[in-house]
Design a protein around this ligand. Structure first.
Ligand code: FAD
Length: 391
């Protein structure tokens, strides 16, 4: 069998690349070892897929080569994807500023992509694995579980390592290395934190409670909700900061963002000396959290009985809670992989490998990782389109 292009990976980037190349008149085959296309799309955004972010800029992405993503993101913008899905009548909602989700189910979005692939004449081979890939003159030869395939170009769109049960594999990295490309260090990102036993028990007691915090670690700073879980800490604040966190780092959590706790406590002691600390906390924090803080740190009672040093210590607990996670939940629950195929030897316009234009890499397999909020799908669409147009 001979194709102009074989795309390995029927995820967001692979499907977008395939349909774009198909519409351009290329004969395209998409191969996936899974039994279904787009499994991550289906489970993303809690089943409603946060499919783009209207505010996407290159600053929303991490990479050792930060300029690489600029060209594709500029050429295929969130509005382009919105236009595509609206043509199919997809209803969507803006849950948070710029974050677009399906109003119904992520299934509707996947159906659009599969319909577009169909209209573009893309062929699909699921439950198919690639056992060997080699260069053959101007093209590529693939040995697969369904036989030999010759292709003008091969596009690797096999994603990252997160959620192995959804078909994730290190295949893309192995292919990159086979052809002499470097792979930057990979680690789970947008992932909840686990805690040491004392804090784990405390978090478990508060399981399900969510509260907006400001969190800092290294060069990362976010103001988003923190969610206590029976395993540790999650919610947008923790997922975002996990992309900056390294083992051994502490997080600095401000439970009262925008309020100087020490100043407010001193003023409250002066103005309402009989008020209890727990009451004061309960006016600013969810009741269960306020109670838990008093249990953890002690010292409830009328504010008049609290010394300046005690109020300073409390201000530290509130504005600058230092917490050292034991680790993260790892690949099992991470939304994305930080790091990946080094982009320095790839064209940012066509995604082809320098000196080997018949081999290309797109989507999450690359060392381009977005923040939480629809950016990772926008990267998948944009890199897929840029590559597909040039095949
Ligand atoms: P993938 O979508 O991972 O697709 C890769 C495909 O390659 C898969 O179909 C896989 O089966 C196939 N494959 C892998 N190895 C092989 C192999 N050896 N042979 C053949 N096929 C192979 N991002 C957002 O922007 N918004 C969200 O709401 C969001 N929610 C998420 C929720 C969860 C739980 C997870 C895990 C991720 C979420 N993401 C979200 C991230 C987003 O899903 C990914 O960044 C995006 O799917 C990457 O697209 P991709 O096409 O590069 O890779």
């Amino acid at each position: 069998m001979t194709y102009d292009a074989v795309v390995i990976g029927a995820g967001a980037a692979g499907l977008m690349c395939a349909l774009t190349a198909g519409y351009a008149g290329r004969r395209v085959l998409v191969i996936d070892h899974a039994n279904k296309a787009g499994k991550k799309i289906l489970m993303s955004g809690g089943g409603r897929c946060n499919f783009t972010n209207l505010g996407t800029t290159p600053a929303n992405f991490f990479s050792d080569n930060p300029h690489f993503c600029i060209s594709a993101l500029k050429r295929y913008r969130p509005e382009h994807f919105v236009e595509l899905v609206e043509r199919h009548g997809l209803e969507h909602v803006e849950k948070a500023p710029g974050q677009l989700f399906c109003a119904g189910s992520a299934k509707d979005l996947l159906a659009i992509l599969l319909t577009e692939c169909d209209w573009a004449g893309v062929e699909m081979s699921l439950k198919t694995s690639v056992t060997h890939l080699e260069r053959r003159g101007e093209g590529m030869r693939l040995e697969t579980s369904r036989g030999r395939i010759e292709a003008g170009a091969v596009v690797v769109a096999t994603g990252g390592l997160s959620i192995p049960t959804l078909g994730a594999s290190g295949f893309g990295y192995d292919i990159a290395r086979q052809f002499g490309l470097a792979v930057t260090e990979t680690r789970p990102a947008l992932v909840p934190f686990t805690l040491t036993s004392q804090w784990k028990a405390r978090a478990a007691d508060l399981s399900g409670l969510s509260h907006e915090v400001a969190v800092r670690c290294r060069d990362g700073a976010y103001r988003e909700p923190l969610l206590f879980t029976h395993r540790g800490l999650s919610g947008p604040a923790m997922l975002q900061i996990s992309s900056h966190w390294r083992p051994g780092d502490s997080l600095a959590v401000d439970l009262l963002p925008g309020e100087d706790a020490y100043g407010a406590l001193v003023a409250a002691r002066r103005d309402t000396p009989k008020r209890r600390l727990a009451t004061w906390l309960g006016e600013r924090l969810p009741r269960r959290l306020a109670q838990a803080l008093v249990e953890w740190h002690g010292g409830d009672g009328p504010l008049a009985e609290r010394s300046n040093a005690e109020l300073e210590a409390w201000a530290g607990h509130l504005n600058d809670w230092r917490l050292k996670p034991a680790g993260t939940e790892g690949w099992r629950t991470a939304e994305v992989t930080m790091g990946g195929v080094d982009t320095r030897h790839l064209s940012s316009k066509t995604f082809e490998v320098s000196g080997l234009p018949q081999l290309r890499f797109i989507g999450e397999v690359l060392d381009v990782t977005g923040e939480l909020g629809g950016y990772n799908f926008q990267w998948a669409w944009a890199s897929g389109v840029a590559c597909g147009q040039s095949l």
